[in-house]
Design a protein. Structure first.
Length: 216
């Protein structure tokens, strides 16, 4: 394991940041990856490689959201000059090809993703669109609310610090970090929206966002 420091998050969960080496982040502009960007800027002096996709309508909004988050961090006094952006204009597959290539070449010392835990099963059962979405794809096994997962993979080079934290926990970290509504409203979660930074209030992503923050 690399030499570094642990940052306390919530419910005993932590974020590990190595002292040396470049850090990489899958940066979509959602509430989790935006929080990760803020924390990495706040608690490290490392160079940060930010990987974002902008090949589709939603991807275009991701590019807008991520830039808005970076601008917010800059006005908050954080050194955003350490960020190098990698924006893929083609497909998600190409984005991950680029990440995997840099991973294999040891371009960075650690890669972070913002995957988080799903809401409780009983809550999801009360939200038809949310439970239907979860049951129709592969999200439940990797985000199951009743299972505890490791946060490190690939010999410690891949970290998923929110893997055991659901949206309510993420909202608590926002509050603990003093992140205000301005920051939250810059983030983009909706999978149906036709205008940034609006949310449809009807898709699974919006339902999960509302579960955590009480607003979308």
């Amino acid at each position: 394991m690399l030499d570094g420091k642990e940052i306390d998050l919530v419910n005993g969960e932590q974020l590990f940041i190595p002292h040396v080496g470049k850090l990489a982040l899958c940066f979509s502009g959602g509430v989790e990856s935006s929080l990760l960007m803020y924390l990495l800027l706040k608690y490290s002096s490392n160079e940060i490689l930010a990987y974002t996709t902008a090949y589709s309508r939603k991807g275009f909004y991701e590019e807008q959201a991520t830039q808005a988050v970076i601008d917010y961090c800059s006005t908050s006094g954080l050194d955003v000059s350490r960020i190098t952006r990698h924006i893929t204009k083609t497909t998600d597959a190409n984005l991950f090809d680029n990440v995997n290539k840099d991973f294999d070449n040891s371009t960075f010392s650690m890669l972070y993703t913002g995957t988080n835990q799903l809401p409780p099963i009983e809550y999801m059962k009360s939200i038809d669109i949310l439970i239907a979405h979860v049951n129709s794809n592969s999200e439940l096994p990797k985000r199951h609310p009743d299972k505890t997962r490791d946060r490190f993979y690939h010999n410690g080079m891949l970290q998923v610090p929110f893997t055991n934290i659901d949206k309510k926990g993420i909202a608590q970290v926002y509050a603990d970090q003093g992140l205000d509504d301005v920051f939250f409203n810059m983030t983009q979660s909706c999978i149906n929206t036709k205008q940034y930074p609006m949310h449809c209030n009807q898709c699974p992503a919006c339902a999960e966002r509302y579960y955590g923050f009480g607003k979308v």
